[in-house]
Every structure is written in C-alpha cells, then in structure tokens.
Write a protein that binds this ligand. Structure first.
Ligand SMILES: [Zn+2]
Length: 225
C-alpha cells in the first residue's frame, strides 16, 4: 500500500497482530512495516502514518544512506573497517589474504569472491580483536576489585543489538558488525556488557559503574546509535 507525503511515495504493509496499539518499523527493505490490532481501520492507520510521516521519511533516508554506503566489493573499492576504510586489491592468481597498510590484497576475480574473502578476513580479525579486548576489560574490572568472570565471547551477526550479556553463564554475545566502527566504540560495548555482570539492569548504578570504568562511554556509544 502507498501513501503520499510531500511529493514522496511511502510504501507500507500492514500486519494484523493481537496487540493493543499500532507499531511501526522502517526496515532495511525501505518499506514501512505496520503492526496493528485487528480492530484498527485502514483509515486510522493511514492517519497515524501521516501524523508520523516526517519521522518515517527521516528513517527511510537513513536506510537509503546505508545502502549507498554498502561496499560493492569491486577491485579498488573500499569497505569500512574499525572506523576507517580498507581498499581492495584483486589478485587473479591464488594468494593468501594480506593487509598492507590500508589495502587488502585478496585472491578474487568477481565481487562475490571478494565479498567472501573479505568476510573470512574480517572474521579472523574479529576473533583476535575481541579476544584481546575481552581480556583487557576483564583485567581492568578485576584490578578495580570487581568480581567478574572472564567472559566466554560469542560472535554473532545481529540486526538490532550490539551486544548482550548472560550473567548466569558468563557469556557475552558481540555483534560482528561492530568491526566497521572505531575500536573505542567496540570497547564501549564490552564495558557495557561486563557492567551487566554486576548490574543486570540499566539503573543509575549501572551507568555510574560503566562510566567509572569507561569515562568516554557516552561519546563512543553515541556513534553506534
Ligand atoms: Zn545493556
């Protein structure tokens, strides 16, 4: 279904759900997904969308921007890595993936091959980096006298969260996609999740401890929003 707003066409789909209120999400497909109770009329939903159209347009623009920023994995193109960019250099003959300064040399002839090689490289970098940061953050908490376990890190690709902590089992899940952001932001997520070993909520005590352990938290976390 479509809706006109200031010369733009907004596309939306309605999902009927057993819920009390109307909820709206802009997804990566550039479509507005509306969850609505069975009783909400279509006219009501359209009115609701129009009332919030300015915000929806802003979210849709963000999706467009992310798509434009998405790497195309061609020879000479760049992809984001730890807050900077790395340029791809294709090699037609088999060779190991090697990074020299800001260039990644890969054995690839097509964007599909390149994407695969980049991903393998990113994963191995991610495993190494998260291992180091994990130990460092753990030791920092211990040094300050806090009883935290050395977390078992699970690397996941998540859409809606950067990390999560299961205090009972000592596990922390970390989003693989953080590898595109500055290392300080990755530290921020580690400190956030480690603080959950001591406070399982987002109470003022939680933030007091988090900011004590990582005073720059808010600055680097803002970048992930
Ligand atoms: Zn949290």
């Amino acid at each position: 279904m479509e809706l006109q707003y200031q010369g733009r066409t907004l596309t939306y789909v309605i999902n009927r759900k057993n819920m009390k209120t109307v909820r709206v999400r802009v997804k990566e497909d550039g479509i507005i997904h509306v969850s609505a109770p069975p009783a909400a009329s279509e006219a009501f939903i359209r009115r609701f969308l129009l009332e919030n159209a300015a915000e929806l347009v802003r979210l849709l623009d963000n999706v467009e921007k992310r798509k434009a920023d998405a790497p195309d994995y061609t020879d000479g193109s760049a992809f984001p890595h730890l807050g900077g960019t790395i340029t791809l250099c294709f090699h037609a003959a088999p060779c190991p993936t090697v990074r020299r300064e800001d260039t990644l040399h890969i054995f690839a002839r097509t964007p599909d091959e390149a994407q695969l090689a980049v991903r393998q490289w990113e994963i191995s970098e991610c495993v190494e980096l998260y291992k180091c940061i994990n130990r460092e953050v753990y030791e920092h908490f211990r040094k300050e006298g806090f009883e935290v376990p050395l977390a078992h890190i699970q690397i996941k690709e998540m859409i809606s969260r950067w990390g999560s902590c299961t205090a009972a089992t000592g596990r922390i899940s970390m989003n693989f996609r953080l590898m595109r952001y500055p290392i300080e932001s990755i530290y921020g997520v580690f400190y956030h999740e480690y603080t959950h070993f001591l406070h399982q909520d987002h109470s003022p005590q939680f933030y007091a401890l988090l900011l004590r352990m990582y005073p720059e938290y808010r600055r680097w976390d803002a970048l992930l929003k």
